[in-house]
Design a protein around this ligand. Structure first.
Ligand code: PBG
Length: 335
């Protein structure tokens, strides 16, 4: 009797029941708001000199430094999985204060661009444009006598790097150094060199983050002294992200990016809402990758579910594109 009364009462009091739409896999699929697609992913590749080289990166299980021939094989896997784009980082043969190989016609990234574009003309080849992997001091710009990163003196080098990537056949250049005016300088350089159609994906909002740690092993790009806090953003700042993004839009950026992704999902959402006209990328960085790989390796998390949930969260926050080391695995799981 009491049970019957309770049943009637709850029926009356709960006309709205969200669980109705969760009852079956079919219903859940129909009402899913955010779904991942391999077309959302950009896969980073680290290219190194030599032949048949696959040098595993200890802190990033599953990721390796690849010689150009191996990078082409990796691009083939990327294409087979229907992922539209790769993002190239280079490990030069020699480092010097300026980073000469960065803008050399036969530099490692330039070689990789040509080889990948020749093998897979449809693949969108994006290149990171920064100094830190090429300079002997490991900083993202030229240094003055006191070891401070020079802003304006660095800009022409960034433009030269971008032009050399464009000449090699890159489809998009992605400046990551957080120098003021970098997008304007690169845009002007590309236009003069005849590449006015080449888009710029700006690392518009890039924080000084602990989560780049494993990448700095992968790309051998750690600063030899000091840190990057005079150009990368302070993790506490949200409003400043809008200022950085607005500046890059005004300078002619074609894509915006937030980096890292997971500790900055609110920033992704703010950029999505404030700059609805531009495609937005989020960089799911090396440390974010490593956290999940480490937990999965210990059997502490179900890797497939945790990775797909993480990437879905980044997309739900507002990212159109996700640069992620999980791209190949995630695209395979989505099949
Ligand atoms: C700089 C650059 C970095 C990353 C991408 N581009 C390192 C840094 O700013 O120190 C980090 C990417 C990652 O952690 O996955 N060229």
């Amino acid at each position: 009797m009491i049970e019957r009364v309770l049943t009637q009462a709850t029926t009356l009091e709960l006309p709205i029941r969200p669980r109705r739409l969760r009852a079956t896999p079919g219903l859940r699929r129909m009402v899913r708001e955010t779904e991942l697609n391999p077309a959302d992913f950009i896969y980073p590749i680290f290219v190194t000199h030599g032949h048949k080289i696959r040098q595993p990166i200890a802190t990033m299980p599953g990721i390796a430094q690849l010689s150009v021939d191996e990078a082409v094989r990796e691009a083939e896997k990327t294409a087979e999985l229907n992922i539209p784009a790769v993002l190239l980082f280079g490990l030069p043969a020699h480092k010097d204060p300026i980073g000469e190989e960065n803008f050399a016609t036969d530099g490692i990234v330039q070689q990789a661009i040509r080889a990948i574009k020749q093998a897979f003309p449809e693949m969108v080849v994006i290149t990171d444009v920064c100094l830190c992997e090429y300079t002997d001091h490991g900083h993202c710009g030229l240094l003055d006598d006191h070891g401070h990163v020079l802003n304006d003196e660095t800009l022409p080098i960034l433009a030269d790097v971008a032009i050399s990537h464009a000449e090699a056949g890159a489809d998009v250049v992605a400046p990551s150094g957080m120098m003021d005016g970098m997008v304007a300088a690169i845009r002007a350089g590309l236009d003069v060199a005849g590449f006015s159609q080449l888009p710029i994906m700006s690392y518009a909002v890039k924080y000084a983050s602990a989560f780049y740690g494993p990448f700095r092993d992968a790309a051998d790009g750690a600063p030899k002294f000091g840190d990057r806090k005079t150009h990368q953003m302070d993790p506490g700042n949200g409003r400043e992200a809008l200022r950085e993004a607005a500046l890059d839009v005004a300078e002619g950026a074609d894509f915006l990016m937030v980096k890292p992704a997971l500790a900055y999902l609110d920033i992704i959402r703010q950029l999505r809402d404030n700059f609805p006209e531009l495609p937005l990328a989020a960089y799911n960085v090396s440390g974010e990758y490593t956290m999940l790989k480490a937990a999965a390796a210990n059997g502490w998390l179900d890797e497939e579910r945790a990775v797909l949930e993480t990437l879905t969260g980044i997309k739900r926050a507002g990212a159109d594109l996700i640069i992620t080391y999980h791209a190949l695995a995630a695209a395979a799981w989505l099949k």
